[in-house]
Write a protein that binds this ligand. Sequence first.
Ligand code: CA
Length: 245
Amino acid sequence: MQSDLKSKLESALEAYAVRSGHALQEVGAVLFDMDGVLYDSMPGHCRAWKQMCDENDIISESDEFYVYEGRTGASTIDILFRRQFGHGAIDDDVKRLYARKSELFRAEGPAPLMSGARKAVETVRAAGAIPVLVTGSGQTSILERLNIDYDDAFPIEHRVTAHDVKYGKPDPEPYLMGLVKAGVGKCKAVAVDNAPLGVESASRAGVFTIGVRTGPIPEGMLREAGADIEIFSMSECAVLLKELL
Ligand code: CA
């Protein structure tokens, strides 16, 4: 491990102990976000959101969907409605619009795996820790591929998806649920997320949070959102996890 990354990790662990009131102990589980962490799927998601909006005369900007990343589809549609119409979306609209967005995303074809992510997950399993999926997505097209792409590392009982949660990120609920599914306490887990709202969720859950900047967001934004350490790639994340485990 490079010495600059090592010293960055050491100071992150010290600061984590101060903010959380406990040191990171022997790590029993690593909670992985999906889009932008396990899959390089965010560009496709953003194109699908934008096209769905254009088709339905909903005003939007392509890049704003990077900022909403981590929210459930229903929550994102609600934001768009409140901004344009001054009220939230009814369930029928949410279902119809999210179904169309999902259809457009599927038409993008399979999203590529994020470079370095398989190595990161393998590192967790090799150390005897439990990988857990914590995603705001309910996108079956990608959830169904997980077992194949990640060698059954994420069985159903170790997944938190849009279907499990009431509030979703940035609420701590999804990561807290991930801890329960893993059967480990917050002082024995690490979270990996690429989006400000996801990082906020993990950080508020009291978990040591690795922010991976895989998308077009400014440097430092994940630290501001609560990441204990901000890095640039899943390859770097695999190195960090090896050190932590
Ligand atoms: Ca994400």
